[in-house]
Design a protein. Sequence first.
Length: 131
Amino acid sequence: MSDHDTETTDEPELTAHRYPDGSITYPGHPYGPGGEPPVDTVDLSEYTAEVVTWTTSTATPPGVRQPNHLAIVEFDVDGQPVRALGQLEYGNVEIGDAVEAFHVDELRDPEAGIREPASQEWDGFRFRPIE
């Protein structure tokens, strides 16, 4: 895939896939819109995104914070729009705000779910406004 795949890094990536036709998807898929497998990856956490829309959920699954602020954001990767859905750091954003992705160790409380905590990954990315 990309050069990043051969490098050792401690920083998690928000990985999107690039396809031969130039399209980029997040999350990545085995085959892109043109029906071909990906040829590269892109770390979206290296890019700034714009809030397309957002909402607040007050009825959340066990272990997920309440209220849970979520946003659809759009990254511009070399002129290619790439959208992602994720938690916001907090709910004070507006449509059009610039945000960045950042990694957190726990998006929800592993002890509050019905599955064995060791059976899942609990980390992920949230979005926060850029000042």
